[in-house]
Design a protein around this ligand. Structure first.
Ligand code: MG
Length: 552
């Protein structure tokens, strides 16, 4: 049973084919290149990769505008290359998740082309139309400032169509059962090709009621149940990982009543935003509140925790004052900000300090849930603010101090490689970091190994321990008579804290990161000193505690 819930104790690595590795020298990353880098991912220790959309696309939104759900974009290779990739990934024990982008299609998709040209077409009702301009035509944009409407008049159709995202991304009409049948077919197709599940794009928009006169507040969670049921009939341990930036009190129906009829996993955007607030201000209380607000989920459900992803760092859920404090610290210049709510920078340039980066990463691995790493962050890669919008964080992977960072042999890469400066590939690259035992890359590999050896974090119950410090977060995780404690100091000054493990074996804490241990005083408390941005992971009672308990 437990191995069917593999997603509760794995480490996911997210990458975009386009910018990871170019195998055929045309400047675009592809499956051939990715296959060559599977050993890298294997030695890093990741359990699964999440691939950004790789299907045929006019690529007006980084592939999130699909024009054929059953194919591989020729820039990334052939269907044969995909099958070879799946084979090679499985040989190394790496599971593959892929993006499911079905809230909308590209305008180029044949379904939309037919729908707009012929009112009698069976595809007409696959999209959302209105003959008159709806009163809310300029509301609810996903990309404010770049996008100025959600209903656009189409001359060919002589009607307005609805698009939550850019106007080249018409929303599918999910209320049409034929559309949902087609989505199940897409799910079934890729499961048959061996994927372990899907990262589901834009879930709240997928289930909203849309169309003139519809109540947009009404959400169709039954669609998620429908997809979940189908998925699980086909492949018992396949998963749905949802992108839904919603309030804590809104999350429950996404997971389903008992965790059995919703999506399995969700990105924890709420904790993510308060995590960055804590990193920016050194204050842990709001992060503790965020963790507690999202604590109660069904036992087979799981949070996915991340630091950065392919989008802007979305801070839209913070109060204006909280957001300003994060901007002040991490995005003081306006060009670093995006859509008025977020930051278009990578982790390393934002934090600018190896100790702070380690703290952030150690925390991500310590958050109760499953960690998701963004490609390049394991090296401390930088961003390129000269690129448009979110492309700033989508520069090619830096493999070596070579022309085009070893990403491609072409003269020109899909996005410019960061070649110079402190974030350039001369300084930040895999080849150099691999040789240096103290590099961020090797540190990350060690942390991944450690995280996989601590199933308490993915599986267990957890409790916040009192530290007496507003800057230090202490968490205890309990699972199957084993306990673990992690401590993180968000302040740029050292702090000494007193914690009581308050659990069996708590007299002795053995560090999992260094050759140290702590004995409790007569009151059962441990006095622990953390350096500036310091962190510690302890096993309660020591490594062999559980074994000894079993014998006794
Ligand atoms: Mg290529």
């Amino acid at each position: 049973m437990i191995e069917d819930l593999w997603y509760k104790n794995t480490v996911i690595y997210s990458l975009d084919l386009s910018t990871f590795m170019d195998g055929n020298g045309d400047g675009h990353g592809d499956f051939e290149g990715l296959i060559r880098r599977l050993d890298y991912l294997h030695s890093l220790g990741v359990g699964a990769v999440w691939l950004a959309p790789f299907q045929p696309t006019p690529n007006r939104d980084n592939g999130y505008d699909v024009s054929d759900y059953y194919g591989v974009d020729p820039l990334h290779g052939s269907s044969g290359d995909f099958v070879e990739f799946m084979h090679q990934a499985h040989k190394r024990g790496i599971k593959v998740l892929m993006d499911l982008v079905v809230n909308h299609t590209s305008v180029d998709h044949p379904w939309f082309q037919e729908a707009r040209s012929d009112p009698a077409s069976r595809y007409r009702d696959w999209y959302i139309w209105s003959e008159k301009r709806p009163s809310d035509w300029d509301e609810g944009m996903v990309f404010p400032g770049v996008q100025d409407r959600t209903w656009t008049f189409d001359k060919k159709a002589q009607a307005y169509y609805y698009h939550r995202f850019y106007e080249h991304q018409p929303d599918l009409n999910m209320e049409n059962p034929e559309v949902r049948t087609e989505i199940r077919r897409i799910i079934g197709y890729w499961l048959q090709q061996g994927v372990a599940g899907f990262r589901v794009d834009a879930v709240p928009f997928l289930i909203e009621s849309t169309g003139a006169g519809k109540d947009p507040e009404h959400q169709h969670f039954e669609y998620l149940a429908e997809f979940r049921r189908f998925l699980q009939w086909r492949v018992g341990d396949a998963v749905l990982l949802g992108e839904a930036n919603v309030l804590p009190e809104e999350t429950r129906p996404y997971f389903g009543k008992d965790g059995g009829d919703g999506i399995h996993m969700m990105f924890n955007f709420w904790v993510n935003q308060y995590l960055f607030y804590a990193l920016a201000t050194g204050e842990v209380k709001p992060l503790i509140d965020a963790l507690k607000a999202t604590q109660k989920i069904p036992s087979t459900s799981q949070w996915a925790h991340f630091l950065r992803n392919h989008d802007e760092l979305d801070l839209g859920r913070l109060t204006d004052e909280e957001r300003e404090r994060v901007f002040e610290r991490f995005a003081p210049e306006e060009r670093m900000q995006l859509y008025g709510r977020g930051i278009r920078r990578r982790l390393a340039p934002m934090l600018g300090d190896r100790r702070h980066e380690e703290l952030a990463y150690s925390l991500m691995f310590a958050m109760p849930g499953t960690p998701v790493i963004r490609y390049g962050d394991e090296l401390g890669m930088g961003d390129n603010l000269d690129l448009e919008e979110r492309d700033a964080v989508r520069t090619p992977m830096q493999w070596a101090d070579e022309p085009q960072a070893g990403f491609t042999t072409a003269e020109k890469a899909v996005h410019p490689v960061i070649g110079e400066g402190i974030w350039g590939c001369q300084r930040v690259n895999v080849a150099a970091q691999r040789r240096d035992p103290e590099s961020l890359l090797n540190w990350t590999a060690r942390m991944i190994r450690l995280r996989k050896e601590c199933p308490e974090i993915g599986w267990g119950e957890w409790t916040v321990l009192r530290t007496g410090s507003p800057h230090v977060l202490a968490l205890r995780y309990d699972w199957r008579d084993n306990s673990l404690i992690t401590l993180h100091n968000f302040d740029d000054h050292p702090h000494q804290v007193r914690i009581k493990p308050d659990t069996a074996g708590g007299e002795r804490l053995v560090s999992l990161l260094s050759d140290t241990e702590s004995e409790a005083d007569e009151k059962g408390a441990h006095t622990i000193t953390l350096m500036a941005y310091g962190y510690q992971w302890y096993r309660v009672g020591g490594m062999d505690y559980a074994v000894r308990r079993e014998k006794a």
